[in-house]
Design a protein around this ligand. Structure first.
Ligand code: SF4
Ligand code: SF4
Ligand code: FES
Length: 258
């Protein structure tokens, strides 16, 4: 049997236990991954007893409650709290999701919260998305035209062409899909992953863009696109209900027929 020896300080230890001080009869145990970069301590799982009678409906509300009332050092990203910015993505109860959209009532028993998997951790629930943003930049996610246009006027699009962007433009680059993709875990440096490939497809499908051929060429590279083995984790984890796996297979089909 294969045996893995993890570096000593990568083992996750049992952390602090924060007992309820409100005497609430409606408590939920919340286990949260903690890691502090300013010392050499191992990561740990802290457990918080949270009074659910005075808590909003989403997992993000629990995190705010803990930060405001129990441990102000708890670190997580969030901005809009309405499923628009993508910054509160994390792993809740074993599934990558947006904590501001995830209802804690859907979770039976204790709630386990980790950062997005397979990324370096910056602190607690904040994962390092620099590689993903570099990859996003590499597909040049903006409208490109061959000749200079009159940018003071709108570039019109027919209703039919606009419809082709449905299911693509809604992507908020939360990275839930890419960080649930085994191919991306194994080849993060070379394979673009589902989030960036869906975005690449979005620009290729935009009737106003004039660099479709060049864009296709950019993603055609073996690992950049063909790292996808149709495992489908990406589509199952998208909190916006999008289908990056379908976008990837459409890209492959386009390349095969162009
Ligand atoms: S496709 Fe879905 S999961 Fe992936 S980045 Fe976009 S919104 Fe997030
Ligand atoms: S379908 Fe492709 S991109 Fe999606 S999880 Fe599977 S390998 Fe990754
Ligand atoms: S905080 Fe913006 S999507 Fe959750």
């Amino acid at each position: 049997m294969v045996q893995f020896n993890l570096p000593q300080n990568s083992k996750i230890l049992k952390g602090k236990y924060y007992k309820d001080k409100t005497n609430s009869s409606n408590l939920k145990k919340v286990n949260i991954y903690r890691w502090e970069p300013s010392n050499d301590h191992n990561p740990r799982i802290d457990t918080f007893e949270v009074d659910m009678d005075n808590c909003g409906p989403k997992v993000l509300d629990i995190l705010f409650k803990i930060k405001n009332e129990i441990d102000s050092s708890l670190t997580f990203r969030r901005s809009c709290a309405h499923g628009v910015c993508g910054s509160c993505a994390m792993n809740v109860d074993g599934i990558n999701t947006l904590s501001c959209m995830k209802s804690h009532k859907e979770i039976n028993g204790e709630i386990n919260i980790y950062p997005l998997p397979h990324l370096k951790v910056i602190k607690d629930l904040v994962a390092d998305l620099s590689t993903l943003y570099r990859q996003y930049e590499s597909i040049e996610p903006w409208l490109k035209t061959k000749e200079k246009k009159n940018w003071s006027a709108e570039i019109n699009q027919s209703k039919e062409n606009r419809k082709k962007l449905d299911g693509l433009y809604e992507c908020i680059m939360c990275a839930c899909c890419s960080t649930s993709c085994p191919s991306y875990w194994w080849n993060e440096e070379k394979y673009l992953g589902p989030a960036v490939l869906l975005q690449a497809y979005r620009w290729i499908m935009d009737s106003r863009d004039e660099e479709r051929k060049e864009r296709l060429k950019t993603v055609a590279d073996k690992l950049k696109l063909y790292g996808c083995h149709t495992i489908m984790n990406c589509t199952n984890s998208c909190p916006k209900g999008l289908n990056p796996a379908k976008a990837i297979s459409s890209l492959k089909k386009m390349l095969a027929t162009n």
